[in-house]
Design a protein around this ligand. Structure first.
Ligand code: SAM
Length: 424
């Protein structure tokens, strides 16, 4: 096998994942951690037809907007892609990526597109990878494009509670895992303490339960649950019911249920959605989760909240009953991809909100297109599926009247959107 080629090249632009893009002998070279305007030395690795990955060896001439990354494991840890550029340039790149994705469906960004950023130290939810080998646990995030776990001593993105508990997550993995076993730890900071779901390819053996319970109690975790693969998760220890608050309504968080990753991001989304529904008095909140939007919207409207996850709808309904909100908010368990709400069921609503997973809400958008609904607020964590769904709505006479881009996954290539669509 021939030695990988080392070449010097100029970086011309930034790609969708944050890679610098240059050319060598007519082929495209994607160089992670390189910036436009830089001359860099890279080691080439074939990536496909006429395309290479370039591992950055040296920045020969740095761009003026290059900054010292704040995290010591940046470039080793795959959690962040863009700490090496000024925040101004980073924000402009994120906005440009959204614009480019919308353009693939012939959509343009409304002139007054708002950009909202979150700050470091706000991520209340994270998934850590853990692996035990020779009685040592490695816990952290995966390296970029790799299964290797980069051990994490600290992470600037996390809330203080999550940062402070990293050694306890390690201790939990140490007692729960056997040698050569891996697990993911989904950790969520709730009002009642940390809620941890461990997911592994194996059962939790009886002999490991008591040690796990002891570590969880000592650490003061609210709940630790275990899931074997995709099976139903089982709570192993619960000292407090993990609770979250939407508007002033407390909701018991089901194990593994969706929650926005930061409180500030959630607040920005709620503000954009609330503004987006305008004066609507009857709102359908589709892919509604535990009530992130439904409860704030219930202050001004009657809300139908629909989600396919039964434990999520049960938790929402319990919260509705506790707060004596029945009649104001109603929960419905329904798979909206398989059976979207049809036009006749959409008739009573002055506004419809949808916030699907990454795949988007294609079937529901087609139903909205055929309905008489005049106002739709689309929330999305995937600009590509959003653009497809927006196209469906706009081909049915809707106009995109406002767009908010939320950067809730700081220093990554992800962007979230809230768009308001109206028609006469
Ligand atoms: C991105 S989350 C948004 C939840 C909520 N709007 C929030 O902000 O917390 C997507 C939600 O869609 C639900 N979901 C996933 N697939 C679904 C489907 N096919 N039909 C209905 N709901 C679905 C998930 O359970 C999850 O609660």
């Amino acid at each position: 096998m021939s030695e990988p080629l080392t070449v010097d090249l100029d970086i011309q632009s930034l790609g969708a994942q944050g890679d610098g893009i240059g050319r060598h002998d007519g082929a495209v070279v994607f160089v992670p951690y390189a910036l436009p305007g830089e001359r860099v030395r890279v080691r080439l690795q074939e990536r496909g037809h006429n395309a290479f990955s370039g591992r950055l060896i040296e920045v020969l001439a740095a761009a003026p907007n290059r900054v010292v990354p704040p995290c010591p494991v940046f470039t080793r840890c795959g959690g962040c892609a863009m700490q090496h550029v000024s925040m101004e340039e980073y924000g402009a790149w994120k906005k440009a990526q959204v614009a480019a994705t919308l353009a693939t469906r012939g959509l343009s960004m409304p002139e007054k597109t708002e950009i909202v950023s979150t700050a470091p130290g706000e991520r209340r939810r994270a998934v850590f990878a853990a692996h035990k080998e020779k009685d040592q646990v490695t816990l952290g995030f995966h390296a970029a494009m790799s299964h290797e776990i980069v051990p994490l001593e600290d992470c600037l993105l996390l809330t203080p509670a999550l940062r402070a508990s990293l050694p306890q997550f390690n201790a939990l993995a140490m007692v729960a895992l056997h040698n050569k076993q891996s697990a993911d730890l989904q950790v969520t900071e709730t009002l009642s303490g940390l809620d941890i779901l461990m997911q592994s390819g194996d059962d939790l053996p009886e002999a490991r339960r008591q040690p796990l319970i002891a570590v969880a109690r000592q650490a003061g975790f609210a709940r630790v649950s275990w899931a074997h693969g995709k099976r139903q998760p089982e709570p192993i220890v619960m000292e407090h019911v993990p609770q979250v608050r939407f508007a002033d309504i407390l909701v018991d968080l089901p194990i593994g249920a969706f929650l926005q990753p930061s409180l500030s991001g959630e607040a920005a989304l709620v503000a954009a959605v609330t503004k987006g529904v305008g004066k609507a008095k009857r709102v359908a909140d589709l892919y509604g989760g535990c009530g992130t939007f439904s409860f704030p919207l219930a202050k001004q409207a009657r809300v139908l909240s629909v989600d396919s996850a039964r434990p999520t709808v049960a938790a929402l309904t319990a919260a509705i009953n506790r707060a004596r909100l029945s009649g104001r908010v109603e929960g419905l368990a329904r798979d909206l991809d398989q059976s979207p709400l049809p036009p006749q069921d959409l008739k009573p609503f002055d506004a419809v909100v949808f916030d699907p997973p990454r795949a988007g809400a294609e079937m529901q958008s087609r139903m909205l297109a055929k309905s008489i609904v005049k106002r739709v607020v689309a929330v999305s964590c995937n600009p590509a599926s959003f653009a497809r769904d927006a196209r469906i709505l706009m081909d049915a006479g809707f106009a995109m009247t406002s767009l908010t881009v939320l950067d809730q996954f700081l220093w990554s290539h992800h962007a979230e959107l809230v768009a308001v669509f109206t028609r006469k």
